[in-house]
Write a protein that binds this ligand. Structure first.
Ligand SMILES: [Zn+2]
Ligand SMILES: [Zn+2]
Length: 181
């Protein structure tokens, strides 16, 4: 059975971004990428005091519905995410596991008070989506500043790093890809 990576839109989200990501991952990873139906944002993941959503709680919901042929599954959400010990996260992934999630909120220039920039937005989405998938494939953070697996604490870090995995990280992914989830 040929396995696929699944994208799970969470909540209300621009279909254009989802389809762009589907094609981007498909060509970068050279494997099937499917899009699932949107799921609702789990109500209990919202933290009213912070006005953000708790990414770990959404990951749990995503894991409740994983297609049988899914190698990995990645939720995409427009809302801003956090985990309790951090002010915000661009995304979260189970290390060596099946599921991850990426937030579009801070990838938008408008979030930072700047004019919309679609090319920059899609470039950031590419980087963050593949970064979280890299964790699913068992990769930890890489010391190579140009590598996708370099830790990004701020949007400047995201913009500074390259848009591909370093050779070593990519080889680990390719070796793991056939090993299943
Ligand atoms: Zn990371
Ligand atoms: Zn690397």
């Amino acid at each position: 059975m040929k396995r696929a990576i699944y994208i799970r839109p969470v909540g209300d989200i621009a279909p254009k971004a989802i389809h762009w990501l589907q094609h981007d991952l498909r060509s970068y990873l050279n494997m099937p990428v499917e899009v699932m139906e949107n799921m609702e944002i789990p109500g209990e993941s919202f933290d009213p005091a912070r006005g953000q959503f708790h990414s770990t709680r959404i990951l749990k919901e995503i894991l409740l519905e994983v297609p049988g042929d899914a190698l990995k599954i990645q939720g995409i959400i427009a809302e801003d995410l956090h985990i309790p010990i951090l002010t915000y996260v661009f995304g979260e992934a189970q290390l060596g596991g099946t599921a991850s999630i990426v937030s579009l909120a801070r990838l938008e220039q408008t979030f930072h008070g700047l004019p919309h920039d679609e090319r920059l937005f899609f470039g950031r989405l590419h980087k963050e989506s593949l970064h979280e998938l890299g964790h699913n494939f068992g990769l930890v953070h890489c010391h190579d500043r140009r590598c996708l697996m370099y830790l990004s604490n701020t949007i400047m870090d995201v913009d500074l790093k390259g848009s591909g995995y370093c050779r070593q990280c990519f080889e680990t992914i390719l070796a793991t890809m056939n090993g299943g989830r």
